[in-house]
Design a binder for this molecule. Structure first.
Ligand code: GLV
Ligand code: MN
Ligand code: MN
Length: 412
């Protein structure tokens, strides 16, 4: 069977993957020249699919395909266009290019639906540059926190400065917010980023819910000193304290069901081989399927970090910089996604998502649903991330079937 749509989707994923700050690996960060190039490419595809395009105030790319008449409320589809560092090609991008391919299929059939379709390529989901995530979808949901504008990247640029350099007005972000009445639902197709579908031999599945997440920034301050002269008992080594905290994250999260914790970034200062570390900053990413568990484990960890520091006569400052509640996919949409999967001859299987997605922000203004596409060996946030052309094709067919049969909640 030919896989024309799958080939097109995967070809476009490759084109986007070539837009990177580092030619040797894929890294595309919020408000960079690479984001601009990717946005322009995506807008050209949207225009070829008969969509009107625009960039909103935070840099999201938005394409709109009108329904039977202009101005109808929209079924919103999409995903994100930013990446982690040394990323895979499919995380985010697959959802954007598949949604565009579906609209292109509708346009080529001359089909207008009793609702509009909007495809959004969110500018920031990963939160790599400023630490706090889903800036694009939060702006659309009207939950963007203006205090974020003061956050600085690793080079000392504030978000406000980065927006201005990109040609956007930080004061205008509130205008990116959409009204609940304009949106019928938000549905995102994404790679699974885990091994479940592959193990079951299924190309796609429906998502039941997305785990909630916290990000914490911790700074431990001790005292730098000479590595050769300060006796072991008199040291105020910030790194050994941080090491104890990192292990505490691991052991607490191991002891809890459906809870994961990661220390993925750690800076040691002054960072010299013969100097006792005087200060360490590290991040904690903590997720759990249940919000109460996530909050409790986060609080316990913060207390444990404070106790480790006090024990060693050091200072610890911990700041929760990001919190998103678990996001359930709503039953009326899940049922329609299931129906679309079944219509493609596939047994519908539901799974929850440990990874975060823009739906977590979008749920503030719309009911959300998700379709997962199988990825090889569950590998993601890694250059080996991969999806087959066949699965990309099946994902597109399921999404197209979902769109064509979509019934807004009020119509049920
Ligand atoms: C985004 O991919 C996240 O789950 O961190
Ligand atoms: Mn990701
Ligand atoms: Mn993603």
């Amino acid at each position: 069977m030919p896989h024309e749509i799958g080939e097109k989707i995967c070809g476009r994923v490759e084109e986007l993957a070539a837009i990177s700050e580092d030619p040797a690996k894929l890294t595309r960060i919020f408000l960079t020249p690479e984001q601009r190039r990717a946005s322009e490419l995506v807008m050209s595809w949207m225009q070829a699919a008969a969509m009107a395009t625009r960039l909103d105030a935070i840099g999201n790319v938005i394409g709109r395909y009108e329904g039977a008449w202009p101005g109808l409320p929209a079924l919103v589809l999409g995903s994100h266009l930013d990446t982690v560092r040394d990323a895979g090609k499919y995380d985010g991008m697959l959802g954007v290019v598949t949604a565009i391919a579906c609209v292109e299929a509708l346009a080529s059939e001359g089909m207008r639906l009793p609702f509009a379709i909007e495809v959004i390529g969110f500018a920031d989901e990963e939160g790599v540059r400023f630490g706090t995530t889903m800036l694009g979808s939060r702006a659309v949901a009207g939950t963007f926190d203006p205090d974020c504008l003061g956050r600085r990247d690793a080079d000392g640029f504030s978000m406000a400065e980065a927006l201005r350099t990109f040609g956007l007005d930080p004061g205008g972000i509130a205008a990116a917010a959409r009204r609940r009445t304009d949106i019928l639902a938000y549905v995102e197709l994404h790679i699974e980023q885990g091994p479940v579908l592959e193990t079951l031999g299924l190309p796609v599945g429906f998502v039941t819910s997305i785990s909630g997440a916290n990000r914490v920034e911790v700074t431990i301050t001790g005292e730098a000193g000479h590595a050769g002269t300060v006796p072991m008992a008199e040291r105020k080594d910030a790194l050994t304290a941080a090491a104890q905290c990192v292990l505490a994250v691991e052991s607490r999260c191991r002891a809890e069901p459906d809870c994961v914790g990661t220390v993925g970034s750690l800076q040691v200062s002054p960072g010299a081989i013969n100097v006792i570390p005087g200060q360490v900053r590290f991040s904690i990413d903590l997720r759990a399927a249940e919000d109460a568990r996530r909050r409790r484990v986060t609080a316990q960890l913060l207390a444990e970090i404070a106790a480790v520091a006090a024990d060693r006569k050091l200072r610890a400052e911990s700041r929760v910089i990001h919190e998103l509640a678990a996001a359930p996919c709503v039953p009326w949409l899940v049922a329609q996604v299931e129906r679309a999967i079944l219509a493609e001859g596939i047994a519908p299987f539901g799974l929850s998502s440990g990874a975060g997605h823009d739906g977590m922000a979008m749920m503030e203004i719309a009911d959300i649903g998700m379709i997962f596409v199988r990825c090889a060996r569950g590998i993601s946030h890694h250059p080996d991330e991969s999806v087959t052309v066949e699965d990309a094709e099946i994902g597109a067919r399921v999404l197209l079937c979902f769109i064509k049969d979509f019934e807004p909640k009020g119509a049920l």
